[in-house]
Design a binder for this molecule. Sequence first.
Ligand SMILES: Nc1ncnc2c1ncn2[C@@H]1O[C@H](COP(=O)(O)OP(=O)(O)O)[C@@H](O)[C@H]1O
Ligand SMILES: [Mg+2]
Length: 164
Amino acid sequence: MTTPDHAGAKADKVLGRMISLSDETATLALGAAIAAQLRRGDVVTLCGDLGAGKTTLSRGILHALGHVGPVPSPTFTLVQHYETAQLHVAHFDLYRLASRDEIFELGFDDARHDGAVLVEWPEILGQDLTGNWLEIRFEDAGEGRSVCLSGHGDWVERLQAIGD
Ligand SMILES: Nc1ncnc2c1ncn2[C@@H]1O[C@H](COP(=O)(O)OP(=O)(O)O)[C@@H](O)[C@H]1O
Ligand SMILES: [Mg+2]
């Protein structure tokens, strides 16, 4: 199910791993596996078209952290905050942002200082995030999806525990 895919731009910092997700349950299970590794200071970026599964995966992460209740898409609110038993989580959607500065006005740095940050439509952030960062890219795969996971910082090691 998992094979190393590509080494990415920074070969010593990034591990690319493809995972097949045959249905929504598999997407939620991947969210639970990520939640088990998630720590304060982490950024998880979620790339993929509308309907790819970005919010579903975020829901899997949040429910595994103990959040009870809905996990709406942050399309209109731009950010939703969750206080789970273990971790504060801020869930951003940057689709509607016009400039990179706006994300910092939305409290991105504070959210990362206080907890973990999930980001849908992260393209405006560019590729120069520092620290512990998990990059997730969704692709269509027949009836299901596949994702490519790339780790930066400690996520290089933490990815070993995911998808096996
Ligand atoms: N692995 C999967 N295979 C097939 N359908 C999936 C899979 N994961 C999620 N879905 C479905 O795809 C849709 C994704 O919606 P959503 O998570 O809101 O996407 P996004 O946030 O990327 O726009 C949902 O209807 C969900 O049930
Ligand atoms: Mg979404």
